[in-house]
Design a protein around this ligand. Structure first.
Ligand code: IMP
Ligand code: ZN
Length: 355
């Protein structure tokens, strides 16, 4: 989108390319399979929501309004993260601004349009977007209504362009996680465009073993299964094994898999959702030289190139592909043929729509 400017690693890689290279990347049909709704709201839209919120709220000096102001300031100035845990503090302010069906719908619409409408007169950022979001219960909506509001926007786009993944959060108790999966199945059974479930959230929170029953239920119902996994070096091996035992179709990040788990993954067809800028900015990976994408490329294992959260990371799908193409040290220096193969892997890893 023309009013969206990127920064950081992806921007530097993109600006190092020739116009012919950029043209090639833009023309590639790309699937965005790992984008969190509330982490992908274009900044100008969030600033609008913030103005509306602050205008409508009578208690201008209250703590929540202050938190919104501080959160928007931080995002507007460009977020600097010292480590991954800093990242999760960004969301409470954003959540205040997307807590009604109307504001949530506005945010969802903006994210979908950002990825799927033609950008600068050229092809869209993504040929296909599998948006994911964690249903929240607020005074203005139930979890089911949250999902309906997002689906109403997703379904304004054709079936081969947009679908929804329902995320569970690691902090959820079992009743809430069960409700999320029940809603996902109920909506899918009613013909709505839910294609999968995910587990995300603070990497140190909760116990992933508590989610076994919910993943089993989702899988038995024919939904696709993806999960964030091994995002930090301290991730216990048992946690990794537990998550892999759920038979996920895709894995988010998978940065710190031990050798046994890597073997297991390579012997499966699980696609790895790779988020280069996210890993570099959250400082879970030092540089592209040591990024785990190299392992999966070497083994020709399915991967999908994804943005994760374009709002705080100020990246774009095009920018992530630029990181594949740019000459080292700015990028991986892959050839056009190699990049085409990667883009095709992403498209091939979409969750099917079942009706
Ligand atoms: P939402 O699900 O639409 O509310 O999107 C924001 C949420 O996604 C955050 O509150 C986090 O729980 C989750 N999230 C975003 N990025 C990451 C990540 O890299 N790791 C784990 N969770 C994440
Ligand atoms: Zn993520």
């Amino acid at each position: 989108m023309s009013n969206y400017s990127i920064a950081g690693f992806a921007a530097t890689a993109l600006s190092s390319l020739t116009s012919g290279q950029v043209h090639f990347l833009r023309g590639l049909p790309k699937a965005e399979l790992h984008a969190h709704l509330n982490g992908s709201i274009p900044l100008p839209v969030l600033q609008d929501l913030s103005r509306e919120y602050l205008h409508a709220t009578s208690a201008q000096g209250d703590a929540r309004a202050e938190a919104v102001r501080a959160g928007i300031d931080r995002l507007s100035q460009g977020v600097m993260l010292t480590e991954i845990h800093d990242f999760f503090d960004l969301f409470p302010a954003i959540y205040t601004l997307t807590s009604t069906p109307q504001t949530l719908a506005k945010a969802a619409r903006a994210v979908l349009c950002h990825f799927l409408l033609p950008s600068d007169g050229g092809p869209p950022e993504a040929a296909y977007l599998e948006l994911r979001s964690t249903p929240r219960e607020t005074p203005a909506m139930s979890r089911l209504q949250y999902l309906e509001a997002v689906l109403d926007e997703v379904e304004k786009f054709p079936e081969d362009q947009a679908a929804l993944i329902v995320s569970m959060d690691r902090r959820m108790n079992s009743d809430v996680a069960a409700e999320c999966v029940e809603c996902a199945i109920k909506l899918r059974d009613a013909g709505r465009r839910v294609v999968g479930v995910d587990l995300c959230g603070d990497v140190k929170a909760g116990n992933v073993a508590d989610f076994e029953i919910h993943f089993k239920k989702a899988k038995a119902a024919g939904l696709g299964v993806t999960t964030h996994i091994a995002e930090i070096p301290e991730t216990p091996a048992e946690e990794i094994q537990q998550l892999l035992s759920y038979g996920p179709d895709r894995l988010g990040h998978a940065t710190f898999l031990d050798e046994t788990s890597k073997e297991l993954v390579r012997n499966s067809s699980s696609c790895i959702e790779i988020c280069l800028s996210s890993n570099l900015l959250c400082k879970t990976v030092d540089n592209l030289d040591v990024h785990h994408i190299r392992y999966y490329l070497r083994h020709k294992h399915p991967i999908a190139i994804c943005t994760d959260d374009i709002l705080p990371f100020r990246n774009s799908l095009l920018g992530e592909y630029a990181l594949l193409m740019a000459a080292p040290p700015l990028g991986l220096g892959l050839s056009e043929r190699e990049i085409e193969t990667v883009a095709r892997m992403g498209m091939a890893s979409r969750f099917p729509v079942k009706s």
